[in-house]
Design a protein around this ligand. Structure first.
Ligand SMILES: NC(=O)c1ccc[n+]([C@@H]2O[C@H](COP(=O)([O-])OP(=O)(O)OC[C@H]3O[C@@H](n4cnc5c(N)ncnc54)[C@H](OP(=O)(O)O)[C@@H]3O)[C@@H](O)[C@H]2O)c1
Length: 113
């Protein structure tokens, strides 16, 4: 077993979704895989995986919504008791161009950092 529990952010699509797919379907999967995303209702592929693999729990989490952290921590605690490995894959695929706005740069670095 890789770990007792794994939490991956940004799992609606991209590398986060693929990371979750490979974790739940590997030979010795973690007891609990938590896939977080901003809009669970719209994360159809993640929902399909959760129907197939009972060790996958989905938790709503926007990584820059710091006010939501107490709720997220409580939900993670309920799911696993503790978080033994965190896979932080929420992010932006493109680095803002040098002439892009400072706000865009700050958002990209805050999400991916
Ligand atoms: N793909 C690769 O091969 C690769 C390799 C190395 C590093 N990376 C890095 O990994 C990160 C993700 O890449 P990707 O290719 O998977 O990009 P992607 O397909 O655009 O997916 C980005 C994911 O991050 C989520 N996300 C964005 N902002 C978020 C926030 N504030 N809170 C929670 N989730 C948020 C998106 O959720 P929504 O659906 O809600 O927008 C989506 O699930 C990027 O930083 C990228 O540079 C990717």
């Amino acid at each position: 077993m890789l770990a007792q529990s794994v939490l991956v952010t940004g799992c609606s699509r991209g590398i986060g979704l693929e990371f979750v797919r490979q974790l739940v379907s590997c030979d010795k999967p973690p007891a609990v895989v938590i896939g977080t995303c901003r809009n669970p209702d719209k994360a159809e592929e993640l929902q399909q995986l959760a129907k197939k693999y009972s060790n996958l729990k989905i938790i709503k989490f926007d990584v820059v919504d710091y006010a939501s952290l107490p709720r997220v921590v409580e939900e993670v605690g309920r799911a696993v008791g503790r978080d033994s490995l965190r896979g932080n894959k929420a992010g932006h695929g493109q680095v803002p161009s040098p002439d892009g706005s400072a706000a865009l740069s700050r958002q990209a670095f805050a999400t991916s950092g």
